[in-house]
Design a protein around this ligand. Structure first.
Ligand code: AMP
Length: 217
């Protein structure tokens, strides 16, 4: 099964990804996590990507696409995957279709995670993430047991630089302009599943899994 997760920053996409990964035992590929790992290691890709990420802008398509192409060629993707944070532009989506068509494959479903706009900013500024395993926390609703330490892997949990209010505003604008059009792009193919995350991640997951079951997954 090949899935894409769409959703604005702060929609709960990351939490949804963790649940889908666990329930469907599917390889989870987060382009944001890969960029952050590269930034931490100060690789050439990380140094270049940071310039854009810190502004709340998108990393150029060329860099992002070749990184994803490389990742999808690895063995753990052979039986499917969940793409989280990719594609984020129509050009990326078209390139992904092209890549998949080469092997006679296609995306099975696109899960669109939604929450009302007013909760997004609050969620994102309160969000803390583990730089090692990607687990996500919230200082108000889901704090770590020990401050700054990941409950899952014991590594450092931080407030992402791009989760500061000024950058979140820019990221939301980037989302509206570049990524939202992808909903129509995939709706035209009839493969969009809506997951309303305004109540709880469990509720959103139930909605998504019921729709996936109808599609035979
Ligand atoms: P995320 O963790 O998915 O919110 O991603 C964090 C940041 O990484 C984004 O705000 C972008 O700057 C960059 N990024 C992640 N995925 C992509 C992508 N598919 N295309 C371009 N930039 C991306």
């Amino acid at each position: 099964m090949k899935l894409i997760l769409l959703g604005a920053p702060g929609s709960g996409k990351g939490t949804m990804a963790a649940v889908l990964k666990r329930e469907y035992k599917i390889t989870h590929i987060s382009t944001g996590d890969i960029f952050r790992a590269n930034i931490k290691e100060q690789t050439p890709l990380g140094i270049e990507a940071k310039k854009y990420i810190d502004q709340g802008a998108l990393v150029p398509d060329e860099l992002t696409i070749s990184m994803v192409e490389d990742r999808l060629s690895q063995d753990d993707c052979a039986n499917g995957y969940l793409l989280d944070g990719f594609p984020r532009t129509i050009a990326q989506a078209e390139k992904l279709d092209e890549m998949l068509a080469k092997s006679g494959s296609k995306i099975d479903a696109v899960i669109n995670v939604t929450v009302p706009a007013e909760v997004i900013m609050e969620r994102v500024v309160n969000r803390r993430v583990c730089l090692s395993c990607g687990e996500s926390y919230n200082v108000v609703s889901r704090p770590t047991k020990v401050e700054g330490v990941c409950d899952v892997c014991g590594k450092e949990v931080v407030h992402r630089d791009d989760d500061k209010p000024e950058t979140v505003k820019a990221r939301l604008e980037t989302y509206e302009k570049n990524t939202k059009p992808l909903i129509d792009f995939y709706a035209d193919k009839g493969i969009v599943i809506e997951a309303d995350n305004s109540q709880s991640p469990e509720h959103a997951f139930e909605q998504a899994s019921a729709a996936l079951a109808k599609m035979g997954f």
